[in-house]
Each structure stands twice: as C-alpha cells, then as structure tokens.
Design a protein around this ligand. Structure first.
Ligand code: ATP
Ligand code: MG
Length: 345
C-alpha cells in the first residue's frame, strides 16, 4: 500500500456538516506508512471535539484490513484560527449588513476618555452629514446610556433589537437592557456571544459609520470585536504621560495581531487652558501622543484639552457636541472626525 492508495481509501470518511471527505478538505494530513502501521494527523477545531472519536473509528474502518495494514495511529491536532474559519465561514452578521465602516475606540487603560471620545466623534461625524451608530461594547461597565442621556428601555421588532435614536445617533448598550450601575461579570465565551448578538441581532440599518466604544485594554470584548469585524478600524486613545504608553503599546500589539487597520491616535487631557495664563498648561506632561505617532506611524488626529465643560457634559447626558456651539474641544472633535472621514470614505 502506498500513500496514494491510503488517501483513496480515506475518501470514505466524510464530514457530516460539510459533506466532503476529510482528506479533500485537509483535515487529515501528514500520512506516513511504516511496515503495517499507518500514522496520520486529524486536524479538528479542538482536540476535545465531540466528533473526534467518530472520525477515528471511521478512519480505522477505512484503513485497517487493507492489504498489509493492521493498525492506524491517529494524532489529533487543532486547526489554526484561519484554517477553521476558512472551512467553517461564519454566517454574515445580520444587524450590520448595511454598515459601511466600523470604527472602534480603544485604549491601553481605563478612564482615559474612550467613551467621551467615541460619543463626541460619533456626533461630529453625524454633524458632517454621515449616518452614524454608536455601540457600547464595554459589557463590563456600560457608560453610554449615562453619557447619551438614555433611560428608556429597548424595543424589539421582528426578533431584532431596535437601537435608540438619540441626538441624531442610533445607540445600543447593554446598560439599556438591565438598568444602571449594574456590575457585569461576564466570562470569555459569554462575552463573545454578547458581542455577536450586539452585531447580529440589533437592527442597525444603513449606516456610514458604526462607532464602537471598547472597554480598556486587551480583554475578551476587544478580541471578540476584532474577530467578528476584521475590517474594523481602531482609534487609539492615550494620555500624555510616558507611563500610559506601555499600556497603549500592548493594546496596539493585540490589534496588530488580529490585523485591524489603525485610523490614528488621539491624545486626551493633553493640556489645560487657563484664563490666567496665555500658554496651555501641560499638567500631565508632554508629547506622549506625538512619540507614539512617531513610533507606530499612526497619525495623531488630535489633542484634547482637560476641559471642565467636556467632563460635565458627560455626566449630564447632553454631550458637548450637542450642548456647545464652539470651544477648543468642539473644534478638535470636528477635526478628528474630518480626518477620519478623509481616510475612510
Ligand atoms: N478631556 C477631558 N477633560 C476633562 N474630563 C474628561 C476629559 N476626557 C474625559 N474626561 C472625564 O474623565 C472621565 C473618564 O472618561 P471616560 O469615561 O470617557 O473614559 P473611558 O476611557 O471610557 O473610561 P473606562 O475605561 O472606564 O471606560 C469622565 O468623567 C469624563 O467626563
Ligand atoms: Mg468607557
């Protein structure tokens, strides 16, 4: 018996879902024959796949008893991520089928202003004439309902969740389904299921941009968004201090690994405009965003001041881009939105 004959005999082992033989789709590989024993690899989603024993029995049935073959040694290996998704492509996410661009706002650490920036950049894009949605992917501590001033419960239609229209945006947050101030403790697989639902079962409709507010760091929600939306652009938020940069670099590394495009950086809380001083005061140091931009090649799209009005607008539920006609921060948000639109449209 040679390898060709073994491959021929293995045509009988069919994947029940794909209706193709395991040998043709590359799930059986590295066949070798020593004396009367065939050794091969069986590549499955995981080594604990429930189909493992079924396949091993079928492989044995197909080979043992062939002239000169008395035993088969099957080593189960795991398919890599890309191989798995090539074999089992995901169903398209229904809710976002008509969304043109995805933009996730990320950072290395908490409290640097991601949600504030996601909200106001989304509003600035809407003011420039784009159709914009805003998704709270911070499943651990959703803060969009407070910042957007949304307290109404969500409605469903035809088994889909209808996002809330507010300040000209379509908004969805898990904080709108379970009440405020609730601490969410989700485990990995559950998080990726929730994120999948937020994209699949929310009727986002036609949108130019879906802006996604991520939790800090490199946790499960960020990974779930990256896996579900391979083309989602990343807007990284940092603060000027050197110590913040190490965390941002780690987050950048994650999104580089998943292959996301980066739209640029925003440095928040960069300086304080004081009425008693002609020059901006750099309370948290200087140049973190610029340095990161040089290091990574990502453009620094804007630097935002420490702004009491911005902070208060976040608590009041009426975002700055809605309440204020003009200020240094409003100008920066509008410029950031313009530069994002220039890059992505
Ligand atoms: N430029 C700024 N000037 C003044 N206050 C700001 C500024 N940016 C953000 N804040 C305030 O800092 C706090 C944290 O901001 P925000 O919630 O947007 O950060 P975050 O990165 O989303 O936090 P988390 O990691 O918890 O999600 C808020 O009270 C917000 O109003
Ligand atoms: Mg936040």
């Amino acid at each position: 018996m040679d390898e060709q004959q073994i491959r021929q005999a293995l045509q009988a082992v069919i994947h029940p879902k794909l209706k193709k033989s395991l040998i043709d789709i590359g799930m059986i590989r590295n066949i070798s024959i020593h004396d009367d024993v065939v050794t091969l690899n069986l590549a499955l989603k995981s080594k604990r796949s429930p189909l493992k024993n079924v396949f091993i029995r079928q492989i044995e049935k197909a080979l043992v008893g062939l002239p000169g073959i008395s035993a088969v040694q099957v080593d189960v290996i795991a398919l890599c991520h890309e191989e798995f998704h090539q074999l089992f492509p995901r169903a398209p996410l229904k809710g976002v089928e008509k969304v043109k661009q995805f933009l996730a706002v990320a950072s290395g650490k908490g409290g640097v202003g991601k949600t504030t920036i996601a909200v106001n950049v989304a509003l600035a894009l809407a003011q420039q004439g784009y159709l914009v949605g805003l998704l709270d992917a911070d499943v651990y501590g959703p803060s969009l309902p407070v910042m957007m001033g949304i307290s109404e419960a969500l409605e469903m239609k035809d088994n889909m969740i209808i996002p809330k229209e507010k300040h000209g945006l379509r908004v969805m947050s898990l904080g709108m389904t379970t009440g405020r101030n609730e601490a969410f403790i989700w485990r990995g697989p559950l998080v990726s299921k929730m994120i999948h639902q937020l994209l699949d079962q929310v009727a986002w409709g036609e949108l130019d941009y879906l802006v996604i507010d991520l939790p800090p760091g490199t946790g499960d929600p960020s990974i779930a968004i990256a896996n579900a939306l391979p083309h989602c652009s990343i807007l990284m938020v940092t603060t000027p201090q050197e110590v913040a940069l190490a965390d941002v670099r780690r987050a950048i590394e994650l999104f580089r690994k998943t292959g996301q495009p980066f739209v640029g950086l925003v440095e928040n809380m960069s300086y304080f405009l004081c009425e008693h001083s002609a020059k901006p005061i750099e309370i948290f140091g200087h140049g973190g965003g610029e340095q990161l931009s040089k290091e990574t090649g990502f453009p620094l799209l804007g630097t935002l001041p420490i702004d009491l009005e911005l902070q208060q607008s976040g608590d009041s539920g009426i975002p700055l881009l809605v309440s204020s006609e003009g200020s240094a921060s409003v100008d920066v948000f509008q410029k950031i939105a313009k530069r994002i639109a220039d890059q992505t449209q």
